[in-house]
Design a protein. Structure first.
Length: 206
């Protein structure tokens, strides 16, 4: 489970992305130290975001103080959680633009005193590339009812990092971003890799 790493339950409450790749890599270190095979590890992805109510709306970056969870969504109905559909709707209604942190593989957005971190087609490509770089056994997502089932961008993004350039070009009409931009995005991404001991031994010729 590579989500809910942060939330309104944190002791030192502040707006924090809940699916940060750097922290995910640190968690995987515990498995590698215990000789768990990467093939037995499945990367959990979230079709929802964790939200906060900011103490000061003008301070809207990760780490800014929060007074508690964000407002409940009309569908999810729980404070501090918004589905991808609810996030996109709120951003459109409030003319809010997202910020992407490529190294962390997350997005966040704010409107008024509301702040949310989440994943979408862009960051799922980065997380898929991360999982592939470690030869993980696969990916899973929680939960399907938090996503738009007819959104081709979202579901294509879970596979596109595994495609070659020709396959990406063929999928251009389904993808969220031009394939040449995607190639550049993956090329300049420095994934926070934590190689399992077996990978390290094989590279050292042990």
């Amino acid at each position: 489970m590579a989500y809910d790493l942060h939330g309104s339950w944190d002791i030192n409450l502040g707006a924090q992305p809940h699916t940060n790749l750097t922290e995910i890599a640190q968690g995987l270190d515990l498995l590698w130290r215990n000789n768990i095979s990467p093939s037995k590890v499945v990367l959990g992805l979230a079709f929802y975001g964790r939200s906060y109510t900011l103490s000061n709306p003008s301070c809207n970056s990760p780490g800014c103080a929060a007074t508690g969870p964000g407002n409940a969504g009309s569908c999810t109905g729980s404070a501090g959680i918004l589905s991808i559909v609810e996030i996109k709707r709120a951003m459109a209604q409030n003319n809010a633009a997202p910020t992407i942190d490529i190294a962390a593989g997350v997005k966040w957005a704010s409107w008024g005193n509301q702040w949310v971190s989440y994943d979408d087609a862009d960051t799922f490509v980065l997380k898929t590339a991360f999982a592939n770089s470690l030869c993980l056994g696969g990916k899973m997502a929680w939960a399907l009812d938090h996503a738009n089932p007819i959104d081709p961008q979202l579901f294509t993004s879970l596979q596109i990092a595994e495609m070659n350039s020709d396959e990406r070009a063929a999928a251009t009409d389904l993808t969220f971003t031009p394939t040449n931009h995607l190639d550049r995005l993956l090329a300049r991404t420095h994934l926070p890799r934590r190689l399992p001991p077996s990978h390290i031994r094989s590279r050292q010729g042990i």
